[in-house]
Design a protein around this ligand. Structure first.
Ligand code: PNS
Length: 164
């Protein structure tokens, strides 16, 4: 395989869910390395978890994978970041039809900005297709049970955040 067989998997990951984890693991069947990249925007930050907390959670989740998954954060355009990492491919997950329009627009815009960068869509696993960070946070904030939807370290952090 080419030495630069790297994929960038961008997102908010606030927090990382089992849907994301499944997608990263399946992406590793195709790529040597996946960079899970948290996009940050200090002017519009409404995140529950700080970037530091999100990075730490992602690193804990993938620590047994021989460095094949890296966690990082970036500010600015995804295409510029992807180019800097040496990745040729951006990975995005598709859950339902409702994801399609937003994802299609982003993929087209990114292609216009950097035609050499491809966006590759992975379908989420059938047991994860309804999971989103937004819903997980909402359910957890009202004391609902989200175990099985997020990794155990994330579950712990959610419980800490929403301690009543
Ligand atoms: O998980 P999300 O929040 O749906 O991910 C969206 C993300 C981070 C992929 C998108 O907002 C992004 O790429 N942000 C970086 C800034 C950028 O490049 N914007 C133009 C996208 S066409």
């Amino acid at each position: 395989m080419a030495p630069n067989n790297i994929a960038v998997y961008p997102g908010s990951f606030d927090p990382i869910t089992n849907g994301h984890v499944d997608l990263v693991k399946r992406t590793l069947r195709i790529f040597d390395k996946v960079v899970v990249a948290i996009a940050t925007n200090p002017d519009k930050d409404v995140s529950l978890f700080s970037v530091k907390e999100r990075l730490q959670m992602i690193r804990e989740v993938f620590k047994g994978l021989n460095g094949r998954v890296e966690a990082d954060s970036f500010e600015g355009l995804l295409v510029d970041y992807a180019e800097k990492t040496g990745a040729k491919v951006i990975i995005r997950g598709l859950r339902a039809v409702s994801d399609f329009e937003y994802e299609f627009q982003m993929a087209m815009m990114n292609r216009r900005l950097k035609p050499n960068l491809e966006t590759l869509f992975m379908m989420t696993g059938e047991s994860e297709f309804y999971i989103s960070s937004r819903l997980v946070k909402e359910v957890a904030s009202f004391g609902g049970n989200v175990s099985g939807l997020v990794p155990t370290n994330v579950l712990r952090k959610l419980k800490e955040k929403f301690k009543r």
